[in-house]
Design a protein around this ligand. Structure first.
Ligand SMILES: NC(=O)c1ccc[n+]([C@@H]2O[C@H](COP(=O)([O-])OP(=O)(O)OC[C@H]3O[C@@H](n4cnc5c(N)ncnc54)[C@H](OP(=O)(O)O)[C@@H]3O)[C@@H](O)[C@H]2O)c1
Length: 340
């Protein structure tokens, strides 16, 4: 399978490394070479029909801050149309205002009959229906396990393994930064501002933390799950959200007196899309501390299924992208067997 990676930051480089590391496994399991035939960052690109060397790409990016020798203006979609490949891996920054550049990159690939795997929340939290319709119309797949919960397998689990079940609702912790801050406030009795500063010093929170602490990141994930699992047509702005800025030390100690913690919980059901700080009993799975993500899927037959995992990181996110790639290769292998 020939891949083009657009975006060569933390996740793009993680994917390149993992493809190199798993090359033999992929070949043995699917009897097909998996190659990177194109790669783009914001100002440069490189293509090669016979495959690019992932280590050389990572080395060049580290030494020159450019992944390719060829310069361009960041409109990868203009070049994508002329390339021969099977699957686009779209891992440019999330933009929740316009969805770009991800939206146009993904739409261009789908319309030209290519599969897409992405970790980019913006296009899916803004224009999910348009993209999934384009995939269906062109008989290709749009896969996005990495957009929610990093390494925590929630989308493919719900859509594929639990396909026969009726999923009634999903609730969980979808943002590790908020969880870390709330946990530190309780553990150490820290005020919000100090716990936030600690998270920033440790690289867990961004310099401008508003996207995380105001609940936008969780709201994007709630919208994506609502669309992907409940078949809704929602944008992240349809999600009712309250962030964690207003959580006080007093609220945390009152909760503690009742043997509870405060957690930022995303709730998804056909009737309810909401992100808000909630009281959770200590010992309940959703009272988990640290930066991990966790969700509970409530189904008609299995009851409650709980999944937890690292919500972000280079290899964790690459692991979710690999799971989508393996699903595509598997599909490809099945259709080759049927055609024979
Ligand atoms: N990091 C995580 O743990 C994680 C987890 C889940 C999901 N995600 C999502 O995955 C995506 C990538 O995250 P990241 O952490 O890898 O971000 P990142 O480190 O900031 O890398 C973004 C990459 O995209 C490139 N880029 C920016 N504008 C572009 C354009 N117009 N055309 C082509 N490339 C462009 C950047 O180019 P330059 O290198 O030239 O600046 C950079 O290589 C984001 O949407 C993020 O929300 C990340």
């Amino acid at each position: 399978m020939d891949l083009v990676i657009v975006g060569f930051g933390v996740v793009g480089q993680g994917v390149a490394e993992v493809i190199q590391q798993k090359r033999e496994f992929l070949h043995d399991a699917f009897r097909k070479k998996t190659r990177i035939v194109g790669v783009f960052d914001s100002s440069s690109y490189e293509t090669n029909k016979t495959g690019l060397d992932p280590s050389a790409l990572i080395k060049r990016k580290a030494s020159k801050n450019k992944v390719g020798k060829r310069r361009y203006d960041g409109d990868a979609w203009r070049i994508l149309g002329a390339l021969e490949y099977d699957t686009l891996i779209e891992v440019t920054p999330t933009n929740i205002v316009s969805g770009e550049p991800g939206f146009t990159n993904i739409a261009t690939a789908l319309k030209s009959g290519k599969n897409v795997i992405t970790s980019n929340k913006g296009p899916l939290a803004l224009r999910f229906r348009e993209l999934s319709d384009a995939a269906r119309k062109n008989n290709v797949q749009l896969r996005f396990e990495a957009t929610v919960g990093g390494a925590m397998p929630i989308i493919n689990l719900s859509r594929e393994l639990l396909r026969g079940e009726k999923i009634l609702s999903i609730r969980g912790i979808l943002n590790g930064t908020c969880n870390f801050i709330l946990d530190r406030m309780m553990e150490e009795g820290l005020p919000f501002a100090q716990a936030l500063r600690e998270a920033q010093d440790m690289g867990i929170a961004e310099k401008d933390p508003s996207y995380d602490i105001d609940g936008d990141d969780s709201a994007c994930k709630v919208a994506i799950l609502a669309n992907a699992i409940f078949g809704l047509d929602k944008k992240y702005s349809d999600v009712k959200k309250t962030g964690i800025r207003g959580v006080t030390e007093d609220a945390i100690s009152l909760a503690e007196e009742e043997k509870k913690v405060i957690r930022l919980i995303g709730e998804i059901s056909p009737k309810r899309l909401e992100v808000a700080p909630r009281l959770v009993r200590i010992g309940h799975p959703l009272s988990i501390g640290g930066t991990r993500n966790i969700v509970q899927i409530h189904t008609d037959l299995a009851g409650e299924i709980t999944v937890a995992g690292k919500g972000a990181g280079k290899y964790e996110t690459a692991s979710a992208i690999l799971s989508d790639l393996v699903a595509l290769l598997n599909e490809n292998k099945k259709s080759r067997v049927i055609r024979r």
